[in-house]
Design a binder for this molecule. Sequence first.
Ligand SMILES: [Zn+2]
Ligand SMILES: [Zn+2]
Length: 414
Amino acid sequence: MSSTICFRAGRLVLSDRIVDDRRLIVENGRIAAIEADRGRLPRSIQVIDVKNSLLTPGLVDIHVHGGGGGDFMDGTADAVRTVCRTHLRHGTTTIFPTTTTGSPEQLRAMFVACREVMDHPGSDEARIAGIHLYGPYFAPDKVGCHALDGCRPPDPAEYRAYFDTGLVRIATCAAELPGATQFYRLAKRAGCLVTCGHSNSTYQEMAAGFRAGLRHVDHFWCVMSSVDSLRARCGTPMQAGMEQFVLLEPEMSTEVIADGCHLSPELLNFAYRMKGPARLCLVTDASRAVDMPPGQYRFGPESDGSWFVSDGDVGRVPDGSALASSVAGMDRMVRHMHRATDAPLPDLFRMASLTPAERAGVDQDVGSIAIGKRADLVVWSSRLQVRQVYQSGHLVPSSSKRQPRSTSSGVSPV
Ligand SMILES: [Zn+2]
Ligand SMILES: [Zn+2]
């Protein structure tokens, strides 16, 4: 059965400009026309009036671990659905479940659970567009809040099986690990965005990675190499590292956790000004503590992930000495980036939708308000609060309003 919907929009945020007084015609879940809001519409068309709001594309999160009490690494379809429901309420319509460190069995269980949800998506869940194979190939001295036990160098026999599933769209490995360039080459052949994270690599190691297909660095300035950390590793003369490589190489993109707790406003604006909106993504890097009360939680698998503490604002390792992921959705990243930088609204939303979609190779389908793309839309108040979320033109059911999960192992409220 075909269906046509008309969104009457006051302000419409396109990827390069804002247009006023337009209407979007949506046919069978896809954008069919963007036109001046003049003239009569046939009676058969359902009209949705969002004239007093900002209408933007649905957001795309390429680095996210959990929310609502669930972590993708819990390895059950239930947990995956919980995370996807939680992030949809915050404006994320396309999501890339992100692995942590863990055993091969735990990663396999996560893949199976994600595939089941991809095959049978619920109408109140962010849609999974692919998996971000993030852990376990981290440098042991840059493992951050992940469990050290589950960290290892890339083993082709292990990672080939992940790529063979066809689910991996984004693939991370620390550039200095033995076998990293081989990993990058295979990831590139598999059509992935190839990325380096949790790494203490030098500029030379990044350059070798780049030749093998490396194009992105995870959460800029967090658990990555610096001139200081490389002096400790390599002595003198002091070395350039990941930061310099990303800033100097125009093809490299990166991402920031713009929750206001990880990076200062100056660093966020610096990243925006240096890389520009087509090479910088906003990500949540969120843990299971999104929309959950302050307390102690597991990062990664609920059975043996490392513990961290959420104060409701951000996660920290139990002794408080370091941050341990965000506890917020993409809407907060957008609001904070708006306050922290001089990015105009089209750039701001590009970094949260089209740029991550382009980098992950799903921009034919999602990431901007453009003819032919899915009508994944977010309606915002003037203070950038999410009012409504639409997936393929359908309003996300109100049943998906905030319902924090208060049970489950891996969660122990204080
Ligand atoms: Zn990380
Ligand atoms: Zn992460």
